[in-house]
Design a protein around this ligand. Structure first.
Ligand SMILES: *Cc1c(COP(=O)(O)O)cnc(C)c1O
Length: 453
């Protein structure tokens, strides 16, 4: 008979949801499968750590979001926010579902073209568009969302070089009652900047004003802010109609819906506090329907939702490296996932589930990554059952921003796999190699030889 593992005895009130003097119940039940694929198998086949994306979840989330809007408004179009996750496989799922592309750099623009998105269905946002980027976007008849007057003047200058009328919109920022206000992008509504830009565009016959854009913030925990924003956007659109008899084709309300992740230090879980797609859709569509647009000529409503669509479709699987005690007695579990891969751990309390059923006893644990850096903390404080060296776990809600903001630091970046709707697993990004990284480096001749005596 195998010797049983010793477990520190603790007294604990049986199953209580409220905190008691022994703490909370285990935060998270085990997660042995992702879309019916066993977690240990994924780790065995693709290495540890590994990112796992669920195609099924991406598609179902997207369809839910779309339905929330199409049941309330006649013309709706989503555009996938590339910077949220620009893996080719991920973008193509959204494009297959009908999403356009929303990009914020020349690199992302080229990526959208490479993914097969027609130029007319690419929305080009952001404060940094080079002349070369703009020329390309003009020639492809993409939707250029102007961020500042310097960009407007560049577009006017470039339009003179071509026979094509650039299709432009302005980005508008505004007070929505949520602070700090995102007023660094685009033109302000309240102080008249937005109208100044619109007037300049309307008085220039080289440009075609096709829409109005705003993106009021990210992880917006109140739908009310969108209602305020939608009223202001509708007001600008109606104003254009009155002043210039000009009808814009679309109103783009941007992204920023909160995902299911809980912010660090939040008292209640996100599921208890955050609006649903229906709440956001109600807030956005009501002002548009209330305004005096022609019933048969409503502007297209564009949404650039990023994190709320993809966060829950991404998992990061890893392995426990070791356990030790901190000087204050708390348990310190070291895992092979660091903040270099999980950028969002600076922001969220990511849910962590053991891959298999563990003991019923839990303990407050600090989960550290493998980097030799003090900042490398995955969870500062989480109630977990004891996981031993070699045990596996699943980190939830990692689909947004991690696979774009991750950094190559100390370790090489791992594989990303996708589970398709049939349950087949595909590698969608390979593990990085030393060779790939050193390929980019150049060693000057005088440093080629080293001679340590
Ligand atoms: C980042 C970004 C988005 C996506 O934002 P989420 O908060 O992830 O929904 C949409 N539009 C613009 C202009 C952005 O910069």
């Amino acid at each position: 008979m195998q010797k049983q593992r010793y477990e520190r005895p603790i007294i604990r009130k049986y199953e209580s949801n409220m905190p008691n003097k022994f703490g909370m119940k285990s935060d998270y039940p085990p997660m042995p499968y992702i879309d019916n694929v066993p977690v240990p198998e994924l780790l065995k086949d693709y290495g540890s750590p590994v990112f796992v994306i669920s195609e099924k979840t991406i598609r179902s989330k997207y369809r839910n979001a779309l339905k929330a809007f199409t049941t309330r408004y006649p013309k709706v179009q989503f555009a996938w926010s590339y910077k949220t996750n620009y893996l080719g496989a991920v973008c193509r799922i959204y494009h297959q579902e009908g999403s356009w592309a929303e990009v914020v750099s020349g690199f992302e623009y080229d990526k959208a073209i490479e993914n097969g998105v027609e130029g007319k269905k690419i929305i080009f946002n952001g404060p940094d568009k080079t002349d070369e980027d703009l020329r390309k976007a003009i020639l492809n008849e993409s939707l250029i969302h102007i961020d500042h007057l310097d960009e407007l003047y560049s577009i006017i200058r470039l339009a003179e070089e071509t026979d094509i009328k650039p299709r432009v919109a302005i980005r508008v920022n505004m007070d929505t009652g949520v602070y700090p206000m995102w007023d660094r992008f685009g033109f302000n509504y309240e102080n008249g900047q937005a109208w100044e830009a619109l007037n300049k565009i309307m008085h220039n016959d080289k440009l075609e004003l096709v829409g109005l854009h705003t993106h009021i913030g990210t992880y917006m925990m109140t739908a009310k802010a969108y209602e305020v924003a939608a009223y202001k956007m509708a007001d600008l659109a109606i104003g254009l109609k009155e002043k210039y008899q000009h009808e814009i084709k679309y109103i783009d309300m941007g992204g920023g819906f909160a995902s299911g992740n809980t912010l660090k230090g939040a008292y209640l879980p996100a599921s208890d506090t955050n609006p649903t797609f229906d709440d956001y859709a109600e807030a956005i569509t009501t002002p548009l329907l209330n305004s005096s647009f022609d019933k048969d000529n409503m502007p297209l409503l564009i949404l650039e939702t990023g994190r709320a669509l993809i966060d829950e479709a991404g998992y990061l699987l890893g392995t426990v490296i070791a356990n030790k005690r901190l000087s204050d007695g708390r348990r310190n579990t070291i895992v092979d996932v660091g903040v270099n891969l999980l950028f969002t751990s600076f922001w969220y309390d990511h849910k962590i589930s053991p891959a298999k059923k563990q003991t019923q006893y839990t303990e407050e644990t600090v989960v550290y990554g493998p980097l030799c850096m003090n900042i490398d903390v995955i969870r500062e404080n989480v109630n977990l059952p004891l996981m031993n060296k070699g045990d596996h776990f699943v980190i939830h809600g990692v689909g947004a921003y991690n696979m774009t903001q991750w950094m190559q630091f100390i370790t090489l970046r791992p594989k990303i796999v996708m589970i398709d709707e049939e349950g087949l697993v595909h590698v969608v990004r390979e593990h990085e190699t030393l060779e790939q990284l050193t390929q980019l480096e150049k060693v000057p001749d005088h440093l080629k030889e080293i001679n340590i005596k």
